[in-house]
Design a protein around this ligand. Structure first.
Ligand code: SAM
Length: 281
């Protein structure tokens, strides 16, 4: 049997009882490590499960699926995913491949950033399309995420912005010399995401800034949701661009223009001196 098992967002103990029982009986256990990151070293996970864990990077998950699935018709193999297996767009492909190969499979769910985001007090059923904010470089500055935020704002919906993760990024030198050397992993911060969003907003005309989003619009920053040191702050977009929220992972929410009074009351506890009542930017 092939198992796709969600680990939840916090420490190793967030795995479900069902998930843990399965991991303990599997002959091979892989940990997917590019759509999210684990808040502890792999060794801690191995000690807790009492079995070795093989790291599966993007290449292995996307091109080496056959290697992971190999033998799982006869023995139990698990792929562990931080959060929920369907909290990233990648893992449906695994299920399709297992089906194609007639390998029986089971999915064990867990909390995902897609629902734990409710911890900031914004109601889940008022979220519109989720966006991903990619790292910009000198020449590549995609901004289609802004259009989705705009649509959500027009429909009075909140936007969850997931932030880029770069693991196994080849160094320029290794690309030129054909060697395999990688840069240290990078995780986009709330401040970096706000800076990119500001760069887009600052170029819009006054009408768009007044009706859709401007530097005084509210922005919710969330760091390490589900961990003991989880942090939530509410700032203007301008102030968020210089707010340090510490270690990864980070997410941003751009709230709808009109919020329910309970949402406002809940968010206020994270807003410092900003008075959210009557805030309409
Ligand atoms: C592909 S998504 C989510 C993947 C995961 N499978 C899930 O269900 O949560 C990865 C992005 O979600 C956000 N994220 C994931 N875990 C987070 C956490 N604990 N706190 C804040 N943001 C988180 C980050 O923006 C990160 O770059």
């Amino acid at each position: 049997m092939f198992y796709l098992i969600g680990l939840g967002l916090g420490d190793p103990k967030d795995i479900t009882v069902k998930g843990l029982e399965i991991v303990k009986q599997c002959s091979r256990v892989y940990l997917e490590m590019y759509t999210s990151i684990l808040g502890c070293p792999k060794e801690e996970l191995e000690a807790f499960y009492g079995r070795p864990v093989l790291l599966a990077d993007r290449d292995l998950v996307e091109q080496g699926a056959d290697e992971i699935l190999a033998g799982s018709a006869e023995e139990d193999v698990a792929l562990l995913v931080v959060g929920d297996p369907f909290g990233a767009t990648t893992h449906t492909d695994f299920i399709l491949r297992a089906k194609e190969k007639k390998i029986p499979y089971k999915v064990i769910h867990n909390a995902s950033i897609m629902n734990a985001i409710g911890c900031c007090g914004l109601q889940l059923y008022k979220f519109g399309e989720t966006v991903s904010i990619p790292y910009w470089d000198e020449t590549w500055k995609p901004d289609s995420f802004y259009d989705k935020i705009k649509l959500n704002r027009l429909h009075n919906m909140h936007t969850l912005c997931l932030l880029d993760i770069k693991v196994k990024e080849p160094t320029l030198e290794s690309l030129m010399r054909g060697r395999k050397e990688y840069m240290p992993p990078r995780f986009m911060t709330v401040a970096e995401a706000a800076q990119q969003l500001l760069a887009i907003v600052d170029k819009k005309d006054a009408l768009e800034r007044n009706t859709i989003l401007n530097d005084q619009s509210l922005c919710v920053g969330l760091a390490r949701v589900g961990h003991d040191n989880q942090q939530i702050v509410v700032r203007t977009l301008r102030d968020m661009a210089t707010t340090d929220m510490g270690g990864p992972l980070h997410s941003v929410v751009i709230p709808a223009k009109e919020m329910h009074p309970l949402e406002v009351e809940f968010l206020q506890q994270f807003a410092g001196t900003l008075k959210l009542e009557d805030y309409n930017h």
